[in-house]
Write a protein that binds this ligand. Structure first.
Ligand code: DQA
Length: 142
């Protein structure tokens, strides 16, 4: 079974992007950690990143068509703006776990609203790269 790990805008810059907020690990580092753990769990992961909203939507549809067991979604700033992502998550039966490295609730007011949370199976935020690992553990138990 496959778990999609979908990453939105600017997450390709992880490691160098505001490391005091997002840490020093790159998306490749995170992919490596998730691959190791998913092997132990008898799962495989398919990690992707795009700076384009429509790619994330296409991949959510693909997750349902495959079907993937679950989607871990860090939508970056689209979290706070995208009704199209809200609709896409609502349109599929695949469980989507919202993931953030930082804790958006402890940051600027415009990050306090998530368009995704109301349709996510659950949300994990605030644990840096380890948020992804926690989300993988949760997805494995769905
Ligand atoms: C983020 C939080 C968002 O508010 C921000 O726009 C990001 C990253 C996180 O992982 O902490 O790009 O999703």
């Amino acid at each position: 079974e496959t778990i999609f790990v979908l990453n939105g805008p600017n997450l390709n810059l992880l490691g160098t992007r505001e490391p005091e907020i997002y840490g020093h690990e790159t998306l490749d580092d995170i992919a490596g950690q998730l691959e190791d753990r998913s092997r132990e769990l008898g799962l495989s992961i398919d990690l992707r990143q795009s700076n384009h909203e429509g790619h994330l939507i296409d991949w959510l549809h693909e997750a349902q068509a495959l079907p993937a067991k679950a989607v871990l979604l860090n939508a970056g700033a689209y979290t706070h703006t995208s009704i199209a992502l809200y609709d896409a998550i609502k349109a599929i039966r695949t469980p989507v776990i919202e993931v953030h490295l930082s804790n958006p609730h402890a940051r600027e007011a415009f990050r306090h609203v998530s368009r995704i949370s109301p349709v996510a199976h659950g949300t994990i935020c605030g644990f840096g790269a380890f948020s992804y690992m926690l989300a993988l553990e949760a997805a494995a138990r769905l």
